[in-house]
Design a protein around this ligand. Sequence first.
Ligand SMILES: C[S@@+](CC[C@H](N)C(=O)[O-])C[C@H]1O[C@@H](n2cnc3c(N)ncnc32)[C@H](O)[C@@H]1O
Length: 234
Amino acid sequence: MRALTPEILDFLAPEDPRAQRSRRDLARINGVMRQSAIMARALAACPAPRLLADLGGGDGRFLLRVAQRMAGRWPGVRAVILDRQDIVSEKTRAGFAALGWSCETLQGDIFETLPQIQPDIVTANLFLHHLDDAALRRLLNLVASRSRAFVACEPRRSAFALLGARLVFALGANDVTRHDAVASVQAGFRDLDLSLLWPKDRAWICRESGAFPFSQVFYALASSSEAIGHKNAL
Ligand SMILES: C[S@@+](CC[C@H](N)C(=O)[O-])C[C@H]1O[C@@H](n2cnc3c(N)ncnc32)[C@H](O)[C@@H]1O
């Protein structure tokens, strides 16, 4: 069973030094988890988007890593980072611009901001696990009604991932990150958790699996889209 515990980072102001340190830890943890590589591999099966929305995208550094992997085949994408906090730095924005992508932010609760846009592709990295199953079902319905492809990279709810979360102190992670890493795994996903919450009322190609070392990946592509080798996406 998923166990949801509030994450400390969600309650800290953006300028709080503990929050800033934890965001830096998060960038390092994303690297150890291979999140941008896993996300890019799944995205490679999707047709090039004009508008890509990253849910709970935080400081945008994760999406920038993904953009660095995708920009060669997807030029000129308009990326929108949706988050409660508007914390994308000038340096990160410049990173997108250097790739020929634009980067915008949409600040607020996801249920208020997502209905304002119509993205071709929606991504979520280490975000969905913040929501309980009822809210997730609502969010996934919203995503399915507004886009043609969705990829999520989330913590895997496994003993191995829990061990990894308990060892983040070895990366120099602060108290916020050490707490939130364990909470994230306990609220994470396994088996077909996300597939079972995805709406059934339209034809979608869906895949869900574990991804080495600590992640769970879910991918949904509207079956009318021109999938590119989607069988190898995960
Ligand atoms: C664990 S962080 C992940 C950030 C980013 N995806 C990354 O990989 O670095 C989760 C993010 O979700 C945001 N968040 C949590 N609940 C939210 C909500 N209901 N609406 C919008 N953003 C939310 C938080 O502000 C935080 O930036």
